[in-house]
Write a protein that binds this ligand. Structure first.
Ligand code: HAM
Length: 428
């Protein structure tokens, strides 16, 4: 029979990899907590109009990438990103009446029907954060600072910080007009996609990867030249604060981002480029001061980012060999199974991760398995050990082997592991 395969662009994370995922997620949670963010968990399915309104009709996401379906007369969509859902929850639960500033973070799967490639998937995971209620630029700078320390914590080399400002509503409108005036006479030189963008979203022509568009962009108006006084003050303030924090950054005037909700600050972070290829943007974010109001809430400024975890996993330095368990129990023969399980439970009660392998394999096969799991100590219980009421304790690091009394084995193992600092603990 034909085997059933996973959906294209949607990946399994098998146990060999999941420990690395857990470590990066734990590092993100730790960093977010240090900066005062608390976790929000919103649904994976939201009403389709939420994304049409918040992300924008002319965006690639809404035009062609959403997994949308109709269910019992409701138009629903698997979330393509987390900001719209967070803002919806913020409005729906009247959070602004409870606190002046809200700092939320989230982790979880997102869905976009993009063409799959290395680092670009149809189900991917984001770690994101949003701040509601702070007009910046202090929190804009602090957010970038938090991201720089997160990337450092997980060992992403060659980090680049790109910043730009696209101004508030009226600047954007002026910029749109200026771009239309610039590109209209060159229409025929643009890619088909960008000719369409002239109608829907001319800003996106600037970050097109098509060489025809890139050539046509030579000499295009720069949004930074069109910023209003307040926008400019905000952007200069951000840059000064980044300098004060010692965060090297580059102004990227062509940075526009693919979502329509941005106002003022936008930024992206890249790193480990040679490992990633085309999809080398690890983190994207920016300010979206109009979204809360557009979704029916009060006028509350907001700012956020999302990091692509799949890409971070590719970019981060690999850590040492995985340790699945600290101790391994090798019962030899049926009579040893019960004492092995009792001892395994006693060790776990002391916080020691244990595998008791009761398959009835040979000692050689059991030791191979213990090594593969990264166990430090192996407890062997065979007929000879049972007869003498001892356990053979084997240290896989030092290769020493000795008999220890069965009733003292748990305490001895716990002491040895504590002394060697080898106790395996999941990071929380
Ligand atoms: P975004 O730039 O669309 O922004 O996505 C953020 C990050 O998610 C990207 O830099 C990338 O690392 C990852 N990502 C996006 N699409 C894929 C994909 N198909 N496969 C793998 N990784 C992907 C947002 O989503 C905004 N919600 C960020 C934000 C939060 N802005 C304000 N608040």
């Amino acid at each position: 029979m034909e085997p059933v395969r996973a959906v294209k662009g949607m990946n399994d994370v098998l146990p060999g990899e999941s420990a690395r995922w857990a470590r990066v997620e734990a590092a993100f949670r730790r960093t977010a907590a240090l900066y005062g963010f608390r976790e929000v968990r919103t649904p994976i399915v939201e009403p389709t109009p939420l994304f049409v309104r918040a992300v924008g009709e002319g965006t690639d996401i809404v035009e062609k990438e959403m997994y949308s379906f109709r269910h019992h007369d409701e138009d629903l969509t698997l979330r393509p990103e987390g900001t719209a859902g967070a803002a919806r929850a913020y409005v729906e639960h009247h959070i602004h009446t409870q606190e002046p500033v809200t700092r939320w973070y989230y982790l979880g799967p997102m869905f976009r029907g993009e063409r799959p490639a290395r680092g670009r998937y149809r189900q991917f995971s984001q770690a994101g954060a949003e701040i509601f209620g702070d007009p910046g630029p202090g929190c804009d700078a602090e957010m970038i600072d938090m991201l720089a320390s997160f990337l450092k914590a997980i060992g992403v080399p060659d980090v680049e910080v790109l910043v730009n400002s696209i101004g508030a509503g009226d600047t954007r409108a002026r910029f749109r007009e200026a771009l239309l005036g610039f590109f209209e006479p060159k229409r025929a030189a643009l890619s088909e996609e960008s000719q369409r963008r002239l109608e829907t979203n001319p800003l996106r022509i600037l970050d097109s990867k098509d060489p025809r568009d890139q050539a046509a962009c030579e000499g295009a108006p720069a949004i930074l030249d069109l910023l209003g006084d307040d926008d400019k003050k905000h952007f200069d303030g951000l840059r000064r604060l980044l300098d004060a924090l010692g965060i090297a950054h580059r102004i990227e005037p062509k940075l526009v981002r693919g979502l329509d909700y941005y106002t003022r600050t936008i930024f992206e972070m890249k790193g480990a480029k040679q490992k990633l290829g085309a999809g080398d943007t690890l983190i994207g974010g920016g300010r979206y001061d109009g979204m809360v109001e557009d979704l029916g809430g009060p006028k509350v400024p907001a700012l956020g980012f999302a990091a692509g975890l799949d890409r971070l996993l590719i970019a981060a330095e690999p850590t040492g060999a995985e340790t699945t368990v600290d101790a391994f129990i090798a019962p030899l023969g049926d009579a040893a199974t019960a004492p092995a399980l009792v001892m395994a439970r006693a060790l776990r009660e002391r916080g020691i991760a244990v595998e008791a392998d009761t398959r009835g394999s040979s000692l050689k096969a059991l030791l191979r398995r213990a090594n593969a799991l990264g166990a430090r100590l192996v407890l062997i219980i065979g007929d000879a050990e049972l007869a003498r009421d001892v356990v053979t304790l084997k240290d896989l690091a030092g290769h020493a082997q000795e008999d220890v009394p069965r009733d003292r084995a748990v305490a001895i193992v716990a002491d040895r592991l504590a002394a060697s600092g080898a106790i395996h603990r999941e990071e929380t």
